[in-house]
Each structure stands twice: as structure tokens, then as C-alpha cells.
Write a protein of this length. Structure first.
Length: 445
């Protein structure tokens, strides 16, 4: 007589099959979406929004040439020349699938789809794992599906932007800390997560150096919460100690190697701020330099397209002292969480025209709903240090963007790592909100 499988085994098998099916579906979906964007650009179905290569940002038109050049260097001059040639890290990675076609003089988003697909799947996998650790399997699945279908994020993962790489690095760092706060780590697991976190920290430093203060704050928050957890449980986990040590070491040592990162940050666009120099200034001066940089660039573009100036917000604000930062903080939180405001949802955007503004309006309205659900999710997981870690990182990141970024388009894109984490908390809040609504619903007689 055959033994009946245990219910837990059946559940695990079903979940594994479900996850594999969803990974396959996500792969097909991303390839199909990228192909559709390429066709729209190739046949100029939306000529004001997309270039023939499928790209939509003017910066990317210049970047595609750098990708082709890096592919040529790798094929003709070797790995060392490719790795040390001054250029941005994300373009270096995008050049890899172009190597077999380095003789080509044209570029398309289909050529870099292998890299973008890996980014996309990695983002979804880590969103699922963070959601599962903080809440449960179902909440992780809901969060991953929402992120997978979010239109503007999906569009950005078809381009040659640095954002997907940044999001992957941030999410891995978040996942590592969440794991250390949610379970007892073995020494082997702690070493793997610590080493991976170090790579993530270095990647974030290279890809978007102004995020560095947030990484320092995240590491400090993680150490405090790990200490509180050890105190509450009356025991110290060797794995947690190893992970904490590796995380602290990565954050402490990484800035000392900045001179070696410069050729991985080199930009051919003159308007790019030299962040290594800016970070030597006082905090208020750094914020002022960031805001001035956006003002200068978009003022120049507004001379030929006045409507583009509408992307700027609070241009009259000047940040000179710590007192200015404190006084501007409430407004910065308002901008960070709620911009673009409803009066910005209609008009003409710089890159995607009126259709881009309308899409941003729809997404922003949905973002308001996600933010409300995130509050319920935080309350549901209020006893878990990992939920508070995510909340602190989200809040500090949104505040930093509200202070330093006064262009709505850039703010919208820079906010993705924090918005994704809000989706995870929001997925956890769905059940709590439903139970509250059902509890308050009058009984049917």
C-alpha cells in the first residue's frame, strides 16, 4: 500500500510548481513587452516618444554608442581593457550581450534584453523573498505580481538605464538584513549574505553615489535592530554577529576605495555632477548643489521647449543651512510621497509627452493606495524588526529625495527602490484592511 504524502509536502510541491510557472510567465511577459516597445520604435508608431532603437531617453541615445564601443573593446582588446576603460558600470554590463555583434553600428533594446531580463527576474525574486520573510508566501507573491505589472517600472527595465542595477543591489541588501532579523543564520548563510551585501554596497556606491548616506543609515539601523533582537531573545546568534561584522566592514571600507571606482562612474554627459567632490561639502551644500544641477539643466531645455519647465518643483527654495533643511522637511516629505501632484497629471512631459504624464497620474493615484495599505502592513507586522527596518529605509529615502531632487521626472524614477519596498508592506496590509472592513460591516438579518 502506498503511503499518502504529507500535507506539508504537497503544499511545498504545489508552491514550487507555481513559482516555476510564474518565472516562466514573467520571462515571456518581459520579452513580449520589450519586443512591443522595439516594434513601436522601429516603425515609429509613436515618433515623439520612442527612437527607432526602442529607447526613449535622450541620454540613452548617447549611451548606446558607448555600449557598442565597450563591446568592441572587449572583443578586440580583451577583458582587462574592457574592465578598466573609463565608463559607467551599467553600460559595461549592457555591452556584454553586444559582443557577438560588435561589428554592428546600430543598437536596439532587443540586443540588451538578456541583461534586462536578468534584472527583471532578480527584482521579482527578491520582492517575493522579502515579502515571504516579513509576512508569508501569499503576501510575497502578491507583491511580486504588482511589481511585475507596474507599467512605468516595466518600461524602464527595457532600457539601458542604471536604475534596474541599482534596484537589484538595494533589494539584495534589504533581503540580507531582513533575513538576519527574521531567522537564526548559520555561519555559512551569514558569510554568503555578508559577502553578497558587501557587493551590493559597492555596487550602490558606484551606480548612485548620492545614495551613500542612506546605505550608512540602513547599516546603522540594521545593527541597532539586531542588538534589540538579541536583547529580547536573551541570546546572541553567531551568524548574526558575522553578518553584522561584514556589513559594518563593507560600509566602513568602501569609501576608501573611491579612487578605484571613478573609472566605473565616468560619464560622457557634461551636466553630470561630480558626486565625489560634492560629498566633501557640508550636507546643506550637497543638497543645494543637487537642486541647482536640476535647475540649470532644465532651464536650458526650457528655452526651446517651455512646457518642459513644468517638471521642476519648488525652484524658489534655497537650502543653505541645517535650519533650512529642518524647515523644508515637511514639504520634502510631501513631495517625496505624493509628487507628481494631481495638477501635474495633465500636460506634456519631456520624454514621453502627454501620454507619459497621464500614465504617471494613474500610477501616482495607485501609489497613494499602496501607501495607505503599507501603513496597515506595518501595523500588522509591528512586532517584527524587519518591518520597521523597511519602514525606516523607505521614510529616510523618500525624505532624501524630497530634499535633493526638485525635478518630478527624476524623482519619479529615483523613487522606485523605495516604492517597491512600500508595495511589499502594502501587500501585507491587504488582509488586515479586509478584516477590519468585514468586522465593521453590519450583519445581514
Amino acid at each position: 500500500m502506498k503511503s499518502t504524502p504529507k500535507p506539508e509536502t504537497d503544499r511545498s510541491t504545489t508552491r514550487l510548481f507555481q513559482l516555476r510557472f510564474l518565472i516562466l510567465a514573467a520571462t515571456i511577459w518581459h520579452i513580449a513587452f520589450t519586443t512591443a516597445i522595439f516594434v513601436i520604435g522601429r516603425y515609429q508608431l509613436l515618433p515623439n516618444q520612442f527612437y527607432p532603437s526602442g529607447l526613449f531617453a535622450p541620454d540613452e541615445v548617447a549611451y548606446q554608442l558607448h555600449c557598442l564601443d565597450l563591446a568592441r573593446i572587449l572583443r578586440n582588446e580583451g577583458l582587462l581593457a574592457w574592465a578598466t576603460s573609463p565608463n559607467q558600470l551599467h553600460l559595461r554590463l549592457y555591452s556584454l550581450p553586444l559582443v557577438p555583434f560588435s561589428g554592428w553600428k546600430t543598437f536596439s533594446i532587443l540586443a540588451v534584453e538578456p541583461i534586462n531580463l536578468l534584472y527583471y527576474l532578480a527584482i521579482l525574486a527578491m520582492v517575493f523573498k522579502i515579502g515571504e520573510r516579513v509576512f508569508d508566501y501569499q503576501r510575497g507573491l502578491i507583491a511580486a505580481i504588482v511589481v511585475a505589472l507596474w507599467p512605468s517600472l516595466l518600461l524602464h527595465t527595457t532600457q539601458i538605464l542604471r536604475d534596474p542595477l541599482l534596484i537589484v543591489a538595494v533589494l539584495f541588501l534589504m533581503l540580507s538584513v531582513v533575513e538576519s532579523l527574521s531567522r537564526q543564520l548559520s555561519l555559512r548563510r551569514a558569510l554568503l549574505l555578508g559577502a553578497g551585501s558587501a557587493v551590493a554596497v559597492i555596487t550602490i556606491r558606484i551606480v548612485r553615489q548620492p545614495f551613500w548616506y542612506l546605505i550608512v543609515l540602513a547599516a546603522g539601523t540594521a545593527i541597532v535592530l539586531l542588538t534589540v533582537r538579541a536583547w529580547r531573545e536573551k541570546r546572541v546568534s553567531p551568524g548574526a554577529i558575522v553578518f553584522a561584522f561584514l556589513l559594518i566592514a563593507a560600509v566602513a571600507i568602501t569609501p576608501r576605495f573611491q579612487r578605484y571606482f571613478n573609472n566605473q562612474q565616468d560619464s560622457k554627459i557634461e551636466r553630470t555632477i561630480v558626486h565625489d567632490q560634492v560629498q566633501r561639502l557640508p550636507l546643506a551644500s550637497q543638497i543645494s548643489a543637487s537642486r541647482t544641477g536640476f535647475n540649470t539643466y532644465f532651464d536650458e531645455n526650457a528655452r526651446t521647449a517651455p512646457a518642459l519647465h513644468g517638471s521642476l518643483i519648488d525652484t524658489e527654495i534655497e537650502i543653505r543651512t541645517l535650519g533650512d533643511i529642518i524647515r523644508f522637511t515637511p514639504r520634502a516629505l510631501e513631495v517625496g510621497f505624493f509628487a507628481p501632484f494631481p495638477n501635474m497629471w495633465f500636460g506634456v512631459g519631456r520624454q514621453l509627452g502627454s501620454s507619459g504624464r497621464s500614465l504617471a497620474g494613474i500610477e501616482t493615484f495607485l501609489t497613494y493606495m499602496v501607501e495607505c495599505l503599507a501603513l496597515f502592513g506595518l501595523w500588522r507586522a509591528r512586532r517584527q524588526p524587519s518591518a520597521w527596518f523597511l519602514a525606516v529605509f523607505i521614510g529616510s529615502g523618500i525624505l532624501a529625495l524630497g530634499l535633493a531632487v526638485n525635478n518630478v521626472g527624476a524623482l519619479y524614477r529615483f523613487r522606485y527602490p523605495f516604492w517597491i519596498l512600500m508595495v511589499i508592506l502594502g501587500a501585507g496590509g491587504i488582509d488586515l484592511l479586509r478584516r477590519i472592513l468585514l468586522r465593521n460591516r453590519p450583519a445581514v438579518t
